[in-house]
Each structure stands twice: as structure tokens, then as C-alpha cells.
Ligand binder design. Structure first.
Ligand code: ARG
Length: 580
């Protein structure tokens, strides 16, 4: 049975060799198999000898030699020991060819299903009601969505939670402003075109008019006190915002649905219970009138224990209380076995305190994984947080519009396209560029936003991958009929072998992106695949290959490459148009 991931497959062989040589049992992971860069002499390197040297009391070089001589050579060429104790592994051509034949009939293209399917609750998106989505929300939304797709594909049950900011003091002024706009009139149609304008107008009135400010404060009290009319108006505002967000999610091709929205307000009725439960478990300490948890190990700058404030001195609750209630809900009610929080890196410390508190309270047990899926900031080319020329935060809708407009210019230059398909392709290219740029780099790092780089026709961009795929689709169309599944593969040319190797590594790349929750691992692999295809296509003629067998083999390689690109992009939430 194939594991799908060649590093694990080879790891098993190395483990068997280690057992034969030293009578030691190690796992496939402990065999430390790494795919080598394309310019290296071997396909893989095994780095196990270094850790094993200590355990068996021999030099790494000697251990590597033993591994090499005990390795079953059915799938690799006789291994070569290199450096201080590396074992270089090169797949047998015949084995690689056989694998590619099998992949042709594998709908998952060698991606192994998850060994233990879990119920994963993933918190992403999280915009604030009645505020425009800004560029910063793009990262959580796009990264969260790609991770949700990867996990679903591996077989996990994924519950998305859009933790909307739909509660708190700003709603006083917003609701009063809506009253002024006549939203209380029965039968009126309410929609929000410009959330920002709404928010800004309310904020301006609040600052200018003491009367309005006072009304707003009273409105907050009414809202929190559960006044029916106020709640009705508030829920209209929430519904209109959710509708607006959904429109953007649809344009972006993000899987979030209105039913995934579970805003801060949802947890409001449970905040008192949370305090009581923490109180009963002896976790709350009163500090300057506030109720706090002091999870051990968290210290402020001055070295004093850092509090997680659950209830403020005025009796009000803050985000921490809401997040605690959400943590409790996700473990106790949703029965999440894995909880993921796709939130910016700046919140790392407070999330760690939140998780630690959840453990103290017994909500998060050892059987539950809780993880902050952290991401860096979105920066402008000046290295500062992305802002408009006027110094305001960049609206996500404006980014989307500009991305599509720029893509339209690229698409217009492509004479082979028909007018009717241009707009759809421009959308796929523009949105793809935005999303891919957010995914292609290590998510922990800040992402510097530059349009030209995003839409470069060559480089690690969505459009490069989309273009590679469209080229392949065109070759396949011109080739006439599709090749039969199970077509024999011949990897005679080095560029054919290099492409074949990348295709064989697809499963491992998807697995590693899924396991580490790092979509960029898949991006890198897709980029390497497209590059390998370009090199292959330059050297090998497909449709006018010397023999029919070669033509079929190369068409089959084209077919596998296209499938890898389409499936890979779809796992990132990006479309792959048939033509470009
Ligand atoms: N609504 C916040 C914002 O727009 C993000 C909240 C993230 N927190 C969470 N528990 N999901 O900045």
C-alpha cells in the first residue's frame, strides 16, 4: 500500500534498514527524509544517521553506510553516502514510471487521506459588523479558507466559525444613526452599500453632538438590557452586514456561509456562567476591582504575573470573556477535537493566555489540540501597514476591484481569447493573484503587498500557474482525444524525469501543507511543478513526438500536470481557467 507521501514511503524503507542493521525500531518520520532541491544530484536525502549515531554509539558516516547497505533497493537506486553521513536517494526510473501510471487513475493524485479524521473548529474571517472589511481581513479570510479546504480534503470534519464583532459600545451610536436614517420605519428595505460611510457618519455625529452622544449611551444600555425594539434594529443591522460580507466572500470564492457566522453577541448570555464556573474552580482573583485569571508562566514587561481580565472593575465584560465563552462552546458544545484560530500574530500572547486558561478550567483537555494559526501583517511597499495615500486603511473591496482591473489589462493583451470569456478569466486571475500572494509566503512573516509582483507572468504567482495550466489544456485540446487512463509513461529525457518526480511528490506536498497548516508548502510545490513543466515543454515535443508511444506518454504527463495544478489551486481556493 502506498502512503502517498514519498518521504514517508522512503522513511519506511530506511526504518526497515535501520532495524536490519542495528535492531532498532524508528518511525518513518525519524528517518528524516527530505526532498532535495532540483539542482541536487539525488531526489532525496536521508539525515537519520546523525541522531542515530548517538543511540548506536558509532560515527554518523558509519551509520549512514550501514543504512545504505541494508536498504532494500526496489524503489531506489543503490544509495550513495555523502558528506558527514547523509544518504542520497534516487528513485528508480521504472518505479517512478509505474507510480505515474497508477496516479492517472487516482482521483486524489496520491494525496493520502488523514490517518485520523478529526472534528476541527476553525475560527477565521471575523470582520466587524457595520465596518468595512479592510485589507487586514484578507489574510485571515484567505489563509483560513485554504486551511479549511486542505483539512476537508484530507477527511476532517471542518466547522468554520466566523467570529463576527457584533457587540459592544460602538453599536449605541450606530443604532442611533440608523434611527435618524429612518430604519425604524416598518416595511422599509434596508441594505448597506457603504459600511464605512455609515460608521464614519455615526462616529462624526457622536463627536460633534453631545445630545447624540447621550442618546448613543442610552442605546447601549437598552441593547445590553435586551430592549426588544433595540434588539430588532440591531439584528437588522447585523443581517444587512452579513449579507454584505457574503457578497464579498462570494466574489472572493471563499467557503464561509452566513450559517458559519457566530458573533460575539452569541456568547453574551453565557458570560455570567463562565465567570461562575471559573470562580467555582478557584481560578479567579480580584485585582483592582477586576476579576482576573493569572495563568502561570505569563509575565508582563516588568516581570509581574500577567492577568487575563475576565470581568472589568465596572462589571462589564471584554473580548477575553467572549473568547473564553467561545472556547468553552467550541469544546463542550461543538465537541471540537482541534481548535484553530486564524488570527494575526500580534494577538499571540493573549491567545496563549486564553488557551492556558481553557486548560486550567478543564475545557481544553490533552485530547484536544488548540492552535493559534498566526499570520504576519499586510504591509505596503514602504514597510508600514498597508494604507491608502490618504492614510486610511485599504478597503478590501477596493483591492478586489483593482486586482480585477489589472487582470483585465493582462487578459486584453491575449488575442487568442474570445470577448465573451475575458471577464470571467480576468476575475479568476485578479482574485487568484490577491489570494495566492497571501498564501505563497510563510504565513508567520509579514507580507509586503506589491501589485506588480502579484501579477507577474513569471515567478511564484497564481497567474503563472494558471497560465501553465491553460497552456497544457491547449496542448491536450489540440491533441484530440484524451489519453487512456493507465497509459505507459516513459521518462527518458531528464526534463521528463524531473517533471515526473514533481508529480509523484504532489501527495507529499499536500500532506505537509495540511499537517503544518502551511499553505505555502503547497504553493512552492505547484510552482516547482509548473517550472518543471515549462522546462519539459521547451525540450520535448509532445504532439509531434518521435513515436506514438512517446506522444501518449507525454500527453499523459501533461494531463497529470494539469490535474495537479487544478487540484492544488482548488485546495488554495483559486480557480484555474481552461484558457488564458
Ligand atoms: N474582529 C476582530 C477584527 O476585525 C478580529 C477578532 C479575532 N478574534 C477571534 N476570536 N476570532 O480585528
Amino acid at each position: 500500500m502506498l502512503k502517498g507521501d514519498l518521504t514517508l514511503e522512503l522513511g519506511d524503507r530506511v526504518a526497515a534498514a535501520v532495524e536490519a542493521a542495528f535492531g532498532l525500531r524508528i518511525t518513518a518520520e525519524e528517518a528524516v527524509i527530505r526532498a532535495a532541491a532540483p539542482d541536487r544530484p539525488a531526489d532525496y536525502q536521508c539525515n537519520a544517521a546523525f541522531a542515530l549515531a548517538k543511540r548506536v554509539g558509532a560515527a554518523p558516516l558509519a551509520v549512514a553506510g550501514e543504512i545504505a547497505s541494508h536498504l532494500e533497493a526496489d524503489l531506489v537506486e543503490p544509495p550513495v553516502v555523502a558528506g558527514a553521513g547523509f544518504v542520497n536517494l534516487t528513485l528508480r526510473r521504472s518505479w517512478l514510471e509505474g507510480l505515474l501510471v497508477r496516479l492517472q487513475t487516482d482521483a486524489r493524485l496520491g494525496v493520502p487521506p488523514s490517518a485520523r479524521a478529526r472534528r476541527v473548529v476553525i475560527d477565521y474571517g471575523a470582520p466587524n459588523i457595520a465596518k468595512e472589511l479592510h485589507a487586514g481581513h484578507l489574510r485571515s479570510t484567505v489563509i483560513g479558507d485554504a486551511i479549511a479546504r486542505l483539512l476537508r480534503f484530507s477527511g476532517d470534519e471542518v466547522i468554520a466559525q466566523n467570529h463576527l464583532g457584533d457587540w459592544g459600545t460602538p453599536f449605541g451610536m450606530l443604532l442611533e444613526h440608523l434611527v435618524d436614517l429612518g430604519w425604524t420605519q416598518t416595511g422599509a428595505e434596508h441594505s448597506i452599500r457603504d459600511l464605512d460611510a455609515l460608521y464614519k457618519a455615526a462616529r462624526a455625529k457622536f463627536n460633534e453632538s453631545p445630545v447624540f452622544a447621550e442618546r448613543s449611551r442610552r442605546r447601549v444600555v437598552l441593547l445590553q438590557g435586551g430592549d426588544a425594539g433595540t434588539l430588532e434594529l440591531w439584528s437588522e443591522l447585523v443581517a444587512a452586514s452579513i449579507q454584505y460580507f457574503q457578497h464579498i466572500y462570494d466574489v472572493l470564492g471563499v467557503l464561509l456561509r452566513p450559517e458559519d457566522a457566530r458573533g460575539e453577541s452569541f456568547y453574551n448570555p453565557f458570560l455570567g456562567d463562565v465567570v461562575e464556573e471559573l470562580q467555582a474552580k478557584g481560578l479567579l482573583v480580584e485585582s483592582e476591582g477586576a476579576l482576573c485569571v493569572f495563568p502561570p508562566g505569563f509575565k508582563g514587561r516588568d516581570g509581574s504575573p500577567q492577568p487575563l481580565i475576565v470581568r472589568k472593575s465596572d462589571g462589564g465584560f471584554n473580548y477575553e470573556a467572549t473568547d473564553l465563552a467561545a472556547l468553552r462552546f467550541r469544546t463542550q458544545e461543538l465537541h471540537g477535537e482541534e481548535l484553530l484560530y486564524v488570527i494575526q500574530a500580534a494577538q499571540h500572547m493573549r491567545l496563549q493566555m486564553l488557551f492556558a486558561t481553557g486548560r486550567l478550567a478543564g475545557w481544553v483537555t490533552d485530547a484536544i489540540d488548540v492552535q493559534h494559526v498566526s499570520f504576519g501583517a499586510l504591509l505596503g511597499e514602504d514597510g508600514k501597514i498597508l494604507k491608502t495615500r490618504e492614510g486610511e486603511s485599504v478597503k478590501l473591496v477596493d483591492l478586489i476591484d483593482e486586482g480585477i482591473a489589472r487582470a483585465r489589462r493582462i487578459v486584453e493583451e491575449r488575442s487568442q481569447l474570445e470577448d465573451g470569456e475575458r471577464e470571467e478569466i480576468a476575475r479568476a486571475v485578479g482574485i487568484g493573484a490577491l489570494k495566492y500572494a497571501d498564501l505563497a509566503g510563510d504565513r508567520q512573516k509579514d507580507h509586503v503587498f506589491a501589485w506588480d509582483r502579484l501579477l507577474a507572468m513569471d515567478g511564484n504567482t497564481a497567474v503563472y500557474l494558471q497560465y501553465a495550466n491553460a497552456r497544457i489544456r491547449s496542448v491536450i485540446r489540440r491533441g484530440g482525444e484524451e489519453v487512456a487512463p493507465g497509459t505507459r509513461i516513459v521518462l527518458g529525457d531528464p526534463s521528463e524525469r524531473a517533471l515526473g518526480l514533481r508529480l509523484a511528490q504532489f501527495g507529499g506536498a499536500v500532506r505537509s501543507a495540511t499537517e503544518h497548516l502551511e499553505p505555502h508548502r503547497l504553493c512552492t510545490h505547484l510552482y516547482e511543478t509548473a517550472t518543471a513543466f515549462t522546462a519539459f515543454y521547451e525540450r520535448c515535443s509532445v504532439l509531434s513526438a518521435e513515436t506514438d508511444e512517446l506522444r501518449q506518454s507525454r500527453l499523459a504527463l501533461c494531463g497529470l500536470t494539469s490535474r495537479a495544478l487544478i487540484l492544488g489551486l482548488s485546495l488554495l481556493g483559486i480557480e484555474a481557467p481552461e484558457r488564458l
